[in-house]
Ligand binder design. Structure first.
Ligand SMILES: [Zn+2]
Ligand SMILES: [Zn+2]
Length: 457
């Protein structure tokens, strides 16, 4: 029984003995369970089922960072020792620890039971991914515009991998995406074992077995050579695009001959260039699943809006926009947290009767306020860029005040524009950029949206 548990826990992971014992024994590990599991691992290693290696060699074997000397003696081995700072958030590993790993057990084939059907363009995207897997490519880009229905395009690939009795990993930079995506995958593959992994889970949850895993990119550090297919969703989003250790973790988690699929609505310039030069196989789904064009943002002059805001006034153009959409919901993006309250007060003063509130990443009532907006109890939600992705509200109009701020990059503006017109019932949303000078990022964002509309016609 214990042997089965240990192998299920390893399941493509690389774990220290401490992680294993804590997770398997639950709570504070007993000396006996520690000794017993160590013995068992040594036996399994001798049988060639488990691989054991020093956690820290020249570099850390978990994250690739250079180790740091521990001040004084090590609490674990009692000698001079070093530890890794790079992956400290996953628990400290020292030079006196080992990482154990075992191949994932064979997965059961599980059919996709999703009842919908893919559009022709979605089908092309889905087919390209299955082809990349069959042809044993190492990388593939899926450039799917906001609202293209990218999750459904992944289903045929997931089904193909499960049919080969292998596990699949979908990684994403953000925890809320894991929480949103995992139930959708679970519903589409009811016969498969699906698990979600992100920071802050209990030790025993961290070693849950799975055929399909959805995890934050950080969690990839726990896996090695584990997946024939690794799908990275929103590959362009912070912090993945910025963090070299996470890129290393991704290449480490996938099998040596495995396929990494990059999924994004806004690929970085590097990815776009690689695709253009033919170095990175790419498929573009430039149209939403309902078939309508992406809404093209319109520019509106806002003048010195910050000066007006000090007097609790808004640019005339913005007031007109809010009046025009009085009976609809509006997402209003501002550059900084400090702009939220003045804008909210000005809206309340100038447009009495409009229910308005604000959110930012540190807002304690963030979840409640977004929920109230979803429930149509709020008309105007003033927000920082935290809501640029992921949020889908039927018939929402979007506005950006102060697009000249550096935080509004081309990517951010395309994502913001992508919030509008997503539903087949209301496919044409209004997107307005209020500015005190157009930036090249904003001009490029509009040009990219126009080009995608043209090319997918
Ligand atoms: Zn490390
Ligand atoms: Zn030590």
């Amino acid at each position: 029984m214990l042997k089965k548990d240990v192998l299920a826990a390893l399941c493509g992971r690389q774990l220290t003995i401490d992680e294993l014992v804590t997770a398997l024994a639950g709570g504070e590990p007993f000396r006996e369970s520690y000794d017993m599991i160590t013995q068992l691992l040594d036996t399994l290693e001798a049988e060639g089922i488990v691989t054991k290696e020093a956690a820290i060699q020249k570099t850390c074997r978990r994250c690739g960072e250079t180790p740091t000397m521990l001040p004084g003696t090590c609490g674990r081995c009692g000698k001079t020792c070093s530890y890794c700072r790079g992956c400290l958030m996953m628990g400290r590993i020292t030079a006196c620890t080992f990482l154990y790993r075992a191949s994932p057990p064979a997965a059961h084939p599980a059919a996709c039971t999703w009842g919908g059907s893919l559009s022709d363009l979605q089908q092309q995207g889905a087919d390209a991914l299955v082809t990349a897997y069959r042809k044993k490519r190492s990388r593939q880009l899926l450039w799917a515009v906001c609202g293209a229905g990218k999750t459904e395009m992944l289903f045929p690939l997931i089904e193909a991998v499960l049919a080969d009795q292998k596990p699949v990993m979908i990684a994403t930079p953000r925890r809320d995406v894991v929480q949103e995506l995992e139930p959708r995958i679970r519903a589409a593959f009811p016969e498969a074992t699906t698990a979600g992994f992100y920071g802050g889970k209990e030790p025993h949850e961290r070693i849950a077995s799975f055929n399909i895993a959805v995890a934050t990119t950080h969690q990839l550090l726990r896996f090695r050579d584990a997946f024939p297919v690794l799908i990275i969703d929103e590959v362009d989003a912070f912090p993945f695009s910025a963090d070299a250790a996470l890129i290393r973790a991704a290449s480490q988690a996938v099998d040596q001959n495995g396929l990494t699929v990059y999924v994004t609505a806004t690929p970085s310039r590097t990815l776009q260039q690689e695709a253009k030069r033919g170095k990175l196989p790419a498929v573009t789904v430039g149209r939403r699943y309902h078939g309508a064009d992406l809404p093209v943002p319109a520019f509106h002059w806002a003048g010195r809006w910050q000066k007006r805001l000090e007097k609790k006034r808004l640019p005339e153009t913005l007031v007109r926009f809010l009046r025009k959409h009085r009976d609809r919901q509006v997402l209003l993006f501002v550059p900084e947290t400090a702009d939220l309250e003045p804008v909210r007060e000005a809206v309340a003063k100038l447009l009495p009767g409009i229910r308005c509130t604000s959110v930012y990443s540190g807002e304690p009532l963030r979840a409640e306020r977004v929920k109230a907006f979803r429930n149509k109890q709020i008309d105007v939600l003033v927000t920082t860029t935290i809501l640029e992705r992921g949020i889908t509200i039927e018939n929402v109009q979007t506005a950006v005040l102060g697009i000249e701020a550096p935080i509004f990059t081309e990517t951010a503006l395309i994502q913001i524009a992508g919030r509008a017109g997503r539903s087949p019932r209301y496919p044409n949303g209004d997107v307005a950029f209020f500015h005190f000078g157009k930036t090249s990022a904003a001009v490029r964002a509009v040009a990219t949206i126009r080009r995608l509309n043209r090319e997918s016609r």
